[in-house]
Design a protein around this ligand. Structure first.
Ligand SMILES: Cc1cc2nc3c(=O)[nH]c(=O)nc-3n(C[C@H](O)[C@H](O)[C@H](O)COP(=O)(O)O)c2cc1C
Length: 113
């Protein structure tokens, strides 16, 4: 399972990195947030196959994203795990292989004042 992070808008980003940032979500707050995590499962590395591999990677992403929720709560940050991702488009932009599947994304930011 790999995480790719986007960086704040103020940072000078390469064009390809900027494209990845924009593609990590379909909702407006995604582009404005300081951090987006993308959870990618490499199904060739799970040690299982078929639906078993999918089950285990889904469980993993649940644990990981929940830990991010717990950390954000402790630090008074806002977070939202997102299934609303154009997975095919993002996989293409990130140059993922056929065994690498985008599962979920998660935005981290500051709570509204
Ligand atoms: C698997 C999963 C996928 C989700 N996908 C989205 C999503 O794409 N966009 C979104 O705004 N909320 C999505 N949610 C809901 C949020 O992650 C969050 O749970 C919800 O906004 C409630 O958060 P709150 O209690 O902080 O208001 C998803 C939740 C889960 C469990």
């Amino acid at each position: 399972m790999a995480c790719f992070c986007t960086t704040p808008k103020r940072t000078v980003l390469s064009r390809s990195w900027r494209k990845i940032c924009a593609a990590t979500g379909t909702q407006a707050f995604v582009a404005a947030a300081p951090l987006n995590l993308v959870y990618v499962a490499d199904l060739s590395k799970t040690g299982q196959s078929g639906s078993e591999a999918e089950l285990f990677t889904a469980a993993d992403v649940g644990f990981i994203s929940e830990n991010v929720y717990l950390f954000c709560t402790s630090e008074r940050l806002a977070t939202v795990v997102r299934g609303s991702v154009d997975r095919d488009a993002l996989a293409k932009i990130m140059k993922l292989g056929p065994n690498q599947k985008v599962l979920l994304a998660q935005t981290v930011g500051y709570p509204k004042k």
